[in-house]
Design a binder for this molecule. Sequence first.
Ligand code: NAD
Length: 240
Amino acid sequence: IYKWHYSGLNRWHGAGSTADFQKIIQERCDTYTQTIRPGSRSRNCQAIRQAFMSAFISKDPCKATKEDYNSLINLAPPTVPCGQQVFWSKTKELAHEYAKRRRLMTLEDTLLGYLADGLSWCGEPGSSDLNIWSCPDWRKDCRTNYVSVFWEVLSERFAESACNTVRVVLNGSLENAFDSMSIFGRVEAPNLRPQVELEAWLVHDTGKPPSDSCSGSSIRKLKSILDGRNVKFRCMDNLR
Ligand code: NAD
């Protein structure tokens, strides 16, 4: 039992690959390219699905590298028109509502972000299948798993391509609206280019006093990361 448990497909602490992963990727890609952004440069969804699969199939699920995703990202770089980007941290739903209402774009509005949002995937050495039983949990098993590295490299490319004014929606109902260990804190903010202007929107739950504000220490920390990169910063409190 011990041996089966630790060498078997069930050994990781995270949920297994999403059922019908390949089919979902193909269908989302067709929907995105034909219905959501039909104007965008035509993309070969079959090639995208294949590049996605070869990034992680048959590989050790704890040894993902950014390079594994190079060919996938080259097929569909996560870029959006200048000045339209919205980042978020602990405000996923709200940020998407804000973005939609103002015709701005989050990472999940780019093709690869749209394809992978909410899905789980990992492979297994010596097998050409996805592991549907379990995948590494980023806290309990390993940080260098294929899902974490995917979001990190995609977020990095998304941030690097920012220009003019971009926004981030942060949660002012948390003690620290800016979390330096989050993907926004570790990957996106530190990869903004000089001369970009970041506008932070602090949202908080109505009916509760805000826990953090633009003058709090977590936002000061964000400002110091940006100062070091010559990124301009503005912060707006009290958005509901
Ligand atoms: P967050 O803390 O709200 O986390 C967003 C989601 O990513 C949560 O489900 C969280 O559990 C998960 N997550 C965070 N770090 C992870 C890691 N190392 N490995 C696996 N999952 C992890 O906000 P955040 O961390 O600042 O990330 C949000 C920003 O990064 C956004 O601006 C977005 O562009 C990008 N992003 C998107 C997704 C997504 O699922 N659509 C995931 C990660 C990052």
